[in-house]
Design a protein around this ligand. Sequence first.
Ligand code: COA
Length: 380
Amino acid sequence: MEQTIYRGLEGVHIDTTTISRIDGQRGELIYRGYDIRELADKASFEEVAYLLWHDDLPDRAQLDAFHAELAPNFTVPEPVFEAFRSMPAATHPMHAIRTAVSLLGALDPEAEGVDDANVHRIGLKLLAQFATFTAAYARIRDGKDVIAPDPELSVAANFLYMLNGEPPTPAATRVMDVALVLHAEHGSNASAFVGRATASTLTDVYSAITAAVAALKGPLHGGANIGVMQALEEIGSVEAVDGYVVDTLARPNGRVMGFGHRVYKVVDPRALILKDVAKHLAEESGDSKWFEMSLEMERVMDREMAKRGKQVKPNVDFFSASVYRMLGLPRDMYTPIFAVSRISGWMAHLYEQYANNRIMRPRLTYDGPLGRTFRPIEQR
Ligand SMILES: CC(C)(COP(=O)(O)OP(=O)(O)OC[C@H]1O[C@@H](n2cnc3c(N)ncnc32)[C@H](O)[C@@H]1OP(=O)(O)O)[C@@H](O)C(=O)NCCC(=O)NCCS
């Protein structure tokens, strides 16, 4: 029987969800009914994480209680730092982050339970600890001391504090908060899907999140923000952007990192917000090179794609690269920062998956040889 094959699972709906909705035609993203533009403008990352986990925004008392639950979890067990110290300095930080999640599972005597209470307990722990171990890894591989978290600070402020060793300015904290809000959740993207598929075997939360981190690392997913900055650094000037884009597109399967999206075909609303943030930072800091190169890249991509009858627009990773650069964050930490935020969305998906589970088991259509005759090894 002829089977329909959905390559890349395009258009396949694996379940219903109440976490978020992407409208690719209108360029709209909502988290539990709230427009991302309003959340980025007005909400903190903690409010958004609460929203993703508890269906609605918290009131003041609920937010304070949420922070009080998170604060004791900021501290990461020492064996995680020992593992980081044992890694070569050139280790891709996403290997370190993935290993940290896996190790936290090994260190947790209650790791196995997938009942609601245990999943929430581990979710709080991971949400708090992603910021701590990500910042710690950046310092350890640079030969610096680990900075202990400040339980009074928000996730955004704590992350910058633990990375740099000094309290961040309110403006830097706000930019970090906006970036974390925008990266928190995005439906059935590759890493959330992998996390859900892994959880669907009823394995533990740490295993599912380890798998999600592994998927995020790839250059077609969260790894693209590192690719964007690598490209901008390689290009070096606004004048050289045109040639770079044209040459890249001329190569077989040539991809310009930070452009294109499976679902958004008109505009990625997160890219629009980050573009504004990048513009603002460029004006404030006087370091406008990265933003100007990004604008030029967007212009040349529009022109080149129009020639091919396509629309391939900037995605979330495109302007986040120059935003992080202007915040002074190390390039190879861009994807880990994505993970510091996305752990909130991954956990929301695991809550949904464990609460109404069916194992994920798609099919492949066999297209290989049939009826072969086995020959003993001496005769092959
Ligand atoms: C995100 C991405 C993986 C989506 O993949 P997808 O839904 O499978 O879309 P496709 O790869 O089929 O792309 C559709 C068309 O647009 C083109 N296209 C898409 N993204 C492109 C890019 N970044 N550069 C150049 N061309 C691109 C493809 O060549 C393809 O053309 P074709 O139909 O003639 O083959 C893809 O756009 C990409 O590789 N982007 C770069 C990596 C990136 O920024 N990832 C972060 C995503 S948030």
